[in-house]
Design a protein around this ligand. Structure first.
Ligand code: FES
Ligand SMILES: [Fe+2]
Length: 380
């Protein structure tokens, strides 16, 4: 395995190739633990991580939990309607406080029942004795940001708001009224592949005609897939659908009904949109060969059944449909992870429907500090 410096040089050289000559990254980018450690340091520990949707926590006391690198995080709707992210670890002896998602009136530790209000201030500490002063004890707050209904948290104090970086992407997706969708399914899984392989798989639809020939290809055929140049913080490609969707609102144009975008908000949030549904994933590495996958499915409010039985049936259909598609992808990306460990693994060429990958790698090379060869045009 090359050392990290030579791997970064190779990545810089690969990322500097013009798209017409683009190749995949050197295999060390998917297999080298030192490279994954660098990704964690330069991307995941300092950038914005999608933790879900704001519509998942509509009422004060509604919460989501997640883990960002090694930090357990809770995101809590406050009494004044704002959203606050807090470190989800007790200030007594560090038990995790909340798990999954749900609703609480106060945050109570499962270990010795210290309890905090929704802002994270300690309110009760049973049996601690007279010497203990609970004033000033509180859960550390983390920064949050929102964009088009998605909710992000960062461990970093200084990184610029992701909503700024994605402002240029809003223009591309505004017709889909993403902020009017609500999340109806949430999954947490660990897949046996490098996190980038899954991000790359999500953001190229070249493979639909083959890997998803019975599930996605009949609706969104590979023939109608094209890439549009992205921006420094994101990439995008589009799919023509063979079955334009219903006119959900009056001023909806035909192109929006018949064309769906898939995007990568760097570093690790990938999502697709149609008028009535969205599909998203938030990825984090667990070493080079495993990825923690938080994923969900959104539905536009106008097609969300009010009847409980119909809603349950819709949720069951969504779980079945997306589990099947995920399994088709998982089979492929886990096979990639096995192959890339071989000394015979090689860098392959990209086709015209894979421009998004080239853009992602240019972002990676730039952000990780991979040196560009002399004369190369640096990524933004
Ligand atoms: S660790 Fe939370 S109350 Fe003891
Ligand atoms: Fe796929």
């Amino acid at each position: 395995m090359p050392n990290l410096d030579s791997l970064l040089h190779e990545i810089g050289r690969t990322a500097a190739l013009p798209f017409e000559q683009a190749t995949t990254l050197p295999t060390g980018a998917y297999t080298d633990p030192a490279f994954t450690a660098l990704e964690i340091e330069k991307l995941f520990a300092v950038d914005w991580i999608c933790v879900g949707r704001t519509d998942e926590i509509p009422e004060p006391g509604d919460y989501l939990t997640h883990r960002i690198v090694e930090t357990p995080v809770m995101v809590m709707r406050q009494a004044d309607g704002s959203i606050k992210a807090l470190v989800n670890a007790c200030r007594h002896r560090s038990s995790e406080l909340l798990s999954g998602s749900g609703h609480v009136a106060k945050i109570v530790c499962p270990y010795h029942a210290w309890s905090y209000d929704l802002t994270g201030d300690l309110k009760m500490a049973p049996f601690m004795g007279k010497h203990f002063d609970k004033s000033g004890v509180c859960l550390p707050e983390l920064r949050t940001d929102e964009w088009e209904g998605w909710l992000y948290v960062t461990l970093d104090a200084d990184v610029a708001p992701i909503s700024q970086r994605l402002g240029s992407l809003s223009q591309r997706v505004e017709n889909y009224r993403t902020d009017e969708q609500v999340n109806v399914h949430r999954g947490n899984e660990v897949w046996d592949c490098n996190w980038k392989s899954l991000a790359e798989n999500f953001t190229e639809s070249y493979h639909l005609f083959s890997s998803h020939k019975d599930t996605l290809q009949p609706f969104t055929p590979t023939q109608g897939v094209w890439c549009e140049p992205g921006d420094a913080g994101w990439n995008i490609h589009w799919m023509d659908t063979s079955r334009p969707q219903d006119k959900l609102w009056d001023d909806l144009d035909d192109a929006t009904r018949a064309t769906f975008p898939l995007m990568h908000a760097f570093p690790c949030h990938v999502f697709s949109l149609s008028l009535n549904r969205g599909f998203w994933m938030s990825l984090q590495p667990d070493g080079p060969h495993r990825v923690r996958v938080l994923w969900g499915v959104t539905v536009h409010r106008s097609v969300l059944p009010e009847d409980a039985e119909a809603l349950a049936a819709l949720k069951a259909e969504i779980a079945t449909t997306f589990d099947a598609v995920n399994m088709e992808d998982r089979t492929i990306v886990e096979s990639i992870a096995r192959s890339l460990k071989s000394p015979h693994a090689a860098q392959g060429r990209l086709g015209e429907k894979e421009r998004t990958l080239w853009e992602f790698w240019r972002y990676l090379a730039h952000t990780l500090g991979a040196p560009a060869p002399a004369g190369a045009i640096a990524a933004e």
